[in-house]
Ligand binder design. Structure first.
Ligand code: SF4
Ligand code: MG
Length: 337
């Protein structure tokens, strides 16, 4: 499959009064055409910043891409002018965010907003044509009676329905890539499953590649081909969905898997959260970012950043514990912090 997006050695930081926060510290990954990947990690791991860097939507006063390349369809997006970038956003790369209420304008009808997006990207389209397309899009995302719904306002829609509208808007230009940042977090479990099914179905029909960003590993299982696990501004493990769920090779991934609620025969097992908090990225640790919370941490872990190594083809982990080239480790030091 052809590569659609390739992020190379991306470094993004924020300047704050306290100093420079190194939010993303040299990450590389790719997305093939029509592929769905999940970026998973807790808040502050750098997953949203990665997405905002790709789209060049960092807050202009404080966010800086220090280094790296974002190659989309053979073009480095970081080298485009703001105007060129605007025609990529929404048309070739679309995004949906967590809270559709903040992305929809409360004083404009749903129809106006959907048609406006369609017309921005198809300036010569007549109103009648744009309306017809808006109806089609709403129907495609499973909104019944779309002709009537067009004249309603966002508050007349439920949270799940608003998220469907956002997906319709994001897909109305048939983008090659859809970036969805916690698209189901604000929704209840049933609606969440419906929205994920919808994304899965749309991907099959339109061959849209998807980057799904979430703090919940459970959410990505069904939709994504590959998963990237982020922690402390770096990717700590990357592999197929099966690799991550059945052959995980990083202690942080093990912790995330333990924190997925398992519902078996009506008994909801207790969640096992990972103790401690993520590293301070104002002063990122020199060694492994997870060392302070890792029950396997050894001396080498705090002294030297582990290298990414290939566990198997396409499966990579950044951890000294199983690293084939790790310097001699005295396991009696296990637990050194
Ligand atoms: Fe734990 Fe060390 Fe692996 Fe980091 S490198 S995850 S501290 S064992
Ligand atoms: Mg986020």
């Amino acid at each position: 499959m052809a590569k659609l997006l390739e992020v190379r050695n991306l470094h993004t930081s924020f300047s704050t009064y306290a100093g420079k926060v190194k939010a993303v510290r040299g990450i590389s990954f790719h997305v093939d055409e029509g592929e769905a990947i999940g970026i998973v990690g807790e808040s502050g791991s750098g997953k949203s910043v990665t997405n905002l860097s790709i789209l060049r939507l960092l807050p202009s006063e404080s966010g800086i891409i220090d280094e790296g390349e974002v190659i989309f369809n053979g073009v480095d997006l970081l080298k485009l002018s703001e105007q060129e970038m605007r025609s990529v956003r929404g048309k070739e790369i679309s995004m949906i965010f967590q809270d559709p209420m903040t992305s929809l304008n409360p004083v404009l009808t749903i129809g106006y907003q959907v048609m406006e997006i369609i017309k921005i990207h198809n300036p010569h389209m007549s109103n009648a044509e744009a309306k017809k397309r808006a109806v089609e899009m709403l129907r495609m995302v499973g909104i019944s009676n779309p002709e009537k719904r067009l004249s309603q306002y966002p508050h007349e829609f439920s949270g799940g329905m608003r998220q469907r509208v956002m997906i319709a808007m994001a897909l109305s230009c048939e983008p090659k890539l859809l970036i969805a940042d916690e698209p189901t977090t604000a929704l209840d479990v049933t609606i969440q499953a419906q929205i994920l099914d919808l994304m899965k179905d749309l991907r099959e029909r339109l061959n849209t590649a998807i980057i799904l960003i979430t703090h919940d590993l459970g959410v990505v299982a069904d939709l994504c081909d590959r998963i990237m696990v982020m922690y402390g501004g770096v990717i700590v493990e990357e592999g197929t969905t099966d690799d991550i769920f059945y052959r995980p090779r990083h202690p942080y991934t093990w912790g995330l898997l333990n924190s997925i609620p398992k519902i078996s025969i009506g008994i909801r097992e207790r969640l096992v959260p990972i103790d401690g908090s993520p590293p301070d990225l104002l002063k990122p640790p020199v060694g492994c970012p997870f060392a302070a919370r890792c029950e396997y941490a050894m001396r080498i872990c705090v002294e030297k950043m582990p290298e990414m190594y290939e566990v198997a083809e396409g499966h990579r982990s950044m951890c000294w514990l199983l690293h084939p080239d790790a310097p001699e480790v005295d396991f009696s030091e296990k637990g050194v912090r």
